[in-house]
Design a protein around this ligand. Structure first.
Ligand code: ATP
Length: 611
């Protein structure tokens, strides 16, 4: 019978999606679940203990049927109160055994569910954190996050309850069926024929309910993401007076979700009514047929009682199993998606073993590189550049010239298609990635701060930070003064992504972070906006100091930075057009002249302040 339901459900259950609008899992088989065994194996002791507790409880549950028989035959109908005492004691012992077994089973099985989902979350995160940044361009971080939470929660439910429910009910189903047959063969046969006939309509309704419930979860998820988007952009919404329009649009989504939910509830109500009617009909039929047998002396009242008990058990186990089947399929989809994330390999090879020396020149040798999403338009085209140790180089060029791409390649977020980067005479590919990146600190145009304190943000790049070093770095970045003026100083909490600081302050924190990391190579993407005149002056001062001390490559947008650099490299369309100092370039390079007159001067706010 179980088999029958399984095949029906497996062909009919159309959807293995979790309640997000993400692609459905490809396979409908349960095979992906086997991959979870690797996560269960380390906890095999608990798994075995949980299985023993499970079998024990199922056995005790089946023993209840015998208890019912003794209770009716010897307790209620027998004249001797000792019979009742015996029957009640037996029920009590069985009840106690069931309670203990269930308690232990529940604890162990739930523990396993929680443990495995926690291990999975960590394993997926630990794998993804090494993947190249381009992976997160094509795979939305929102979706990955929902996989980390929703899919792992699905698996937690699977291991922590569904599998145990399935095994327990399969056991009780088999046991109760066997005991039914032993108790009364004729009645059992009648039921075995009647059950599939009556269950068919229930399965059909069940399928409809499941379809609608998937749809309903999806529309609820849409409602959630709609609200999320609006709240994130609340300033734009309010400044354009779009509250009323957004209320209408949101109301529309909510109503759609309600319509789907109503259809689901209606089908579910029909299903419930139908199921109760069929169940009661079956019970009455069974009572009638069994009652005749009791009256005619072919079975005792206790046997009929036990039989009814087993029949109810079979029915319940059967219903639970068909429900659990849906959960198993959903979990298989979740497992498949999580395993995909686990198997994702970084496409930046990290096989190098040459430890990099200190203070070598960095060289881009005839590099042609196109982003994977635009293979036909190279962002760098036969790009050559050599940077000597201690030099400060300003990259300038029109938007899209490839300046940021130079940084991306230097950090090995991508590897070039043609040509190679060298550190001294060693190709970068031969240097272990961690050793290479340890030499570099990046200050991006939009500084990235994490929620936490100012101290933890500055100390992000070092393993054992001390207050003194952090303060020294902050002082160099011209950040100490404003930090010290905050009520909680370095322990001030920044809020999510540093929202509690101004743009200029954020940038100086990011600068302090880079200074504290003490990199050999400092990469700086200069902010074009977000700085008021005073912050900018501070940042410029800090930069001038830093540039004197180490190899610095700056994507420059300000005249003051450009003038301070040892060398200015003019880029256009992925190539180096010219390089030299400001005065020389102004005299000979048309593009530089244009940039200097348009870009630098328009962003230059206080050149008089620069060092
Ligand atoms: P800007 O000064 O505007 O930041 P840039 O000189 O830094 O420009 P890059 O960001 O290096 O220019 O971009 C060079 C070219 O590569 C551009 O044509 C850009 O559209 C393209 N590009 C940049 N990043 C990607 C990406 N992740 N995927 C595909 N193409 C990209």
């Amino acid at each position: 019978m179980t088999e029958a339901v399984q095949t029906t459900s497996s062909t009919e259950s159309p959807n293995t999606e979790t309640p997000n609008s993400r692609p459905p899992a490809r396979s409908k088989s349960l095979a992906p679940l086997t991959q979870l065994l690797g996560f269960l194996w380390p906890h095999k002791g608990r798994l075995i203990a949980a299985s023993v507790a499970l079998v024990f409880t199922a056995g005790a549950q089946l023993g209840l049927g015998y208890g019912v028989k003794v209770l009716i035959d010897e307790g209620f109908t027998g004249a001797d109160p000792a019979g009742l005492y015996k029957a009640v004691s037996l029920m009590l012992v069985i009840g106690l055994a069931m309670a203990c077994g269930a308690m232990i089973r529940f604890y162990l099985v739930s523990w396993l569910g929680e443990r495995v989902s926690a291990d999975l979350r960590s394993a997926v995160f630990n794998n993804l954190v090494h993947l190249q940044p381009s992976y997160f361009e094509t795979n939305h971080s929102g979706e990955i996050m929902s996989r980390l939470t929703t899919d792992t929660t699905l698996l937690q439910t699977l291991i922590g309850s569904s599998v145990s429910l399935a095994v327990r009910n399969a056991l009780t189903l088999t046991g109760a069926l066997t005991l039914m047959v032993i108790t009364n063969l004729k009645l059992s046969l009648v039921i075995l024929i009647a059950v599939p006939v009556t269950l068919l309509p229930i399965l059909i309704f069940g399928r409809r309910v499941r379809n609608l419930s998937n749809k309903s979860q999806q529309s609820i998820a849409e409602v959630g993401s709609h609200a999320g988007e609006i709240f994130q952009s609340i300033k734009v919404v309010q400044s354009f007076n779009r509250e009323a329009a957004e209320k209408t649009a949101f109301g529309h989504d909510v109503e759609q979700a309600f319509t789907v939910a109503r259809a689901r509830v209606f089908q579910r109500a029909l299903l419930t009514g139908f199921a109760i009617f069929l169940l009661m009909g079956g019970m009455v039929g069974m009572m009638w047929s069994g009652g005749v047998d009791v009256i005619e002396g072919r079975m005792t009242g206790g046997e009929l009682g036990a039989f009814v008990f087993y029949a109810v058990m079979v029915g319940t186990a059967f219903a639970t199993l068909s429900e659990v089947w849906g959960d198993l399929q959903r979990a298989a989809g979740a497992a498949e998606r999580l395993m995909e994330l686990l198997q994702e390999q970084p496409n930046i090879p990290d096989t190098g073993t040459t430890k990099p020396e200190l203070g070598e020149a960095l060289r881009f040798a005839d590099i042609t590189f196109a982003y994977p999403s635009r293979p036909d338009t190279p962002a760098l085209h036969h790009f050559d550049l050599s940077i000597t140790p201690g030099e400060s180089v300003a990259l300038v060029g029109p938007s899209g010239a490839g300046k940021s791409t130079v940084f991306e390649l230097m950090l090995r977020f991508y590897d070039p298609g043609e040509g190679a980067l060298f550190y001294g005479n060693t190709p970068l590919r031969d240097v272990p990635l961690q050793d290479w990146r340890a030499k570099i600190a990046l200050v991006p145009q939009q500084p990235t701060l994490f929620s936490g304190t100012i101290f933890s943000n500055i100390a992000y790049g070092v393993t054992a930070p001390d207050q003194e070093a952090v303060e020294r770095a902050a002082t160099m970045a011209h950040a100490h003064e404003f930090i010290a003026a905050l009520p909680e100083g370095y322990q001030s909490d920044l809020g999510a992504q540093g929202v509690r600081l101004s743009g200029g302050q954020r940038q100086r924190i990011a600068l302090a972070r880079a200074i504290l990391a003490d990199p050999e190579l400092l990469l700086l993407d200069e902010a074009t906006s977000a700085l008021d005149t005073e912050s900018e002056w501070h940042v410029q001062q800090a930069l001038a100091d830093i540039m004197r001390e180490r190899t610095t490559i700056i994507i420059a947008h300000r005249l003051s930075t450009v003038i301070n650099a040892d060398r200015i490299v003019v880029m256009d369309r992925g190539k180096v057009i010219d390089s030299g100092r400001h005065e020389a370039l102004i005299a000979r390079c048309d593009l530089y002249q244009r940039l200097a007159s348009l870009q630098f001067q328009s962003t230059e706010k206080a050149p008089g302040h620069s060092a």
